[in-house]
Write a protein that binds this ligand. Structure first.
Ligand SMILES: [Zn+2]
Length: 125
């Protein structure tokens, strides 16, 4: 089966998105469960906007934080958020920002993240 060029580039991009969570898990930082993924492309196949949501289970960063400092009143998984933001921004070739909406470091049962392009955040992050 031969893919047209544009289909091929989308296939490659979708494959790339799956590798980020895999790398996280291989490094033993966390277990990733993605609950939402949507992406829109411009007519030139560049990424127009992206919206992903999911959970980080057993975040190593949150567990270490709690051991050392106890419960936080703000999310603590800066490495996970930074890694995800950097990874997605690189693939999309535009700024994608992740933030945690719940965090094990705050006493929540797991960490939940939302990642969107700046436009999807309403221009404010
Ligand atoms: Zn967290």
């Amino acid at each position: 089966m031969t893919l047209k060029n544009e289909e091929k580039s989308q296939a490659i991009t979708r494959e790339s998105f799956k590798k980020g969570p895999t790398l996280h898990m291989m490094r033993g930082y966390t277990e990733v469960v993605r609950t939402h993924f949507s992406i829109d492309y411009n007519s030139d196949q560049s990424v127009q906007c992206i919206h992903v949501e999911g959970k980080w289970l057993n975040s190593y960063e949150a567990e270490e934080y709690i051991k050392q400092f106890g419960c936080s009143n703000s999310p603590v998984c800066h490495t996970l958020v930074g890694y995800a933001s950097g990874y997605y921004s690189e693939i999309c070739q535009k700024s994608v920002y992740f933030k945690e909406v719940s965090c094990k470091g705050m006493g929540d049962s797991h960490c939940s993240y939302v990642g969107k392009t700046l436009q999807e955040w309403g221009g404010r992050y």
